[in-house]
Write a protein that binds this ligand. Sequence first.
Ligand code: BES
Ligand code: ZN
Ligand code: ZN
Length: 504
Amino acid sequence: MYEIIKAAAKASAESATVCLVFSEKTLYHRDQDLDARSHHALATALKRADLKCDAGEFTTVHSPEGRPLAILGLGKRKEFSREKLTVAAAGLVKGLSKLEATSVTVSVPIEVLEALHSKQAERDFATALGEGVALGNFKFNTFKKPSEKPHAKALSIFLDADERGDALASGLAEGLSLGESVNFARSLAATPPNVATTSFIASEAQKLARESKDLKCAVLRGNDIAKYKLVGLDNVGKASENPPCLIEISYTPKSKSAPLVLLVGKTLCYDTGGLSIKSRENMKGMKYDKCGGMAVLGAMRAIVRLKPDVRVVALMPCAENSISNNAVRVDDIIRYPNGVSVEVTNTDAEGRLVLADALIYGCSQYKPAAIVDLATLTGGVVVGLGRTFAGYWCEDEALRNALEQASRDSGDRIWRLPMHEDYKEMMKAKHADLWNSAPVRDAHPIQGAAFLSNFVDPKIPWAHVDIAGTADLERDKAPFRAGPTGFGVRLLVKFVEHFAGKGK
Ligand code: BES
Ligand code: ZN
Ligand code: ZN
């Protein structure tokens, strides 16, 4: 799909040369030669008042050399970051597709690397460029007519960067690969619920595991549900013709003594709300209720390529929250194998019921060193934090620091919300130990986290990330188009790398 070459491309009509320019519009030394060769087409264009060089702004300029020459804006030099570069790279892809260019030479001035203020500027620059190119190149066309199917195009990327070419090329390959894992999660997330059934998702996980001997996949379903007392999955999934399952995919590194990290992702192939049915406005888009699980799966795809020295087990409690005469009712009481009973007060608070199974199972089977769960759990977190940050809860300082570092390194933004005994009290029910939703709307997203805390071994550091707001976008927001974002893939990968001692 992508070819990376450490040189400038030979001149041709399909090969564009791109100069990176900050809003201050300085043409750096290495681009001045190019400018001279192109009769100062670059300098002339930069004088135009309408050219702002905002991050991602792509401007073609006339080049007498006969091949497309373009300026890619990076935004203000002072505000430059990996994130801005990712946005710019997505703009590059958009611009190239308009030009119908199949290869691009990116000229990388040392001054642009310096503006990142990073010790590993080459690597940071190149990985962010790669991620942005891959993210910007994402298309979900499976269901379109062939004539209306613009495909993600193959692209040759030439890096014109003198002796820094090697470091940049390997970083670029890594960034592209990570971006492709995010896109893998996005494609599955976008797959509609009549196709992406519980068994479809299970077979996708098995397919991924077959790609590498370091991955193993097991699917608990049918009799296993009763055997392992997965009562949440059983109850939430029983109204659907698509039976529930617990998908388990694990990565084993060379060193058998490596610590184990448990990742858990809510995988609701569709959430109608069940008998507490959603309104027509609120049901739309509930195919994205599997995004936690898809992020975890996408992270496993990336992890097996990076081979960090840490064991990773991913659990995806997978079900469809539907309606039938066999549906779980409001007022039903469920008993979990850790002894906790739960009164179902709202069948639409189903995510926490299936996550409870995975948390109990994961803690008892693996005694992990840390647990991170990702879930599109509450509408409340969307009201509170919008599409910009995912909300998270974690009462362990070391895990918090690792996640926040991973967030900064990856661009997947998370914001911590509080936990307190009061919230745990709110979840105590009249006729059972807990209810799955308190009768008041107070602190909705926190109610979810407080509920889940009852199913995690208190000795194990645990973080819950509510991605209901960040899993998909209604409008384009660079580097993403409207649709699923794959939020969490990059966060989890950076976190696992950090855990393995490989991160920064
Ligand atoms: N899947 C939804 C949460 C959701 C809402 C995700 C909007 C994405 C966008 C979840 O299962 C749900 O319905 N939550 C309820 C919880 C309530 C019944 C306690 C909610 O947020 O209203
Ligand atoms: Zn729901
Ligand atoms: Zn849900």
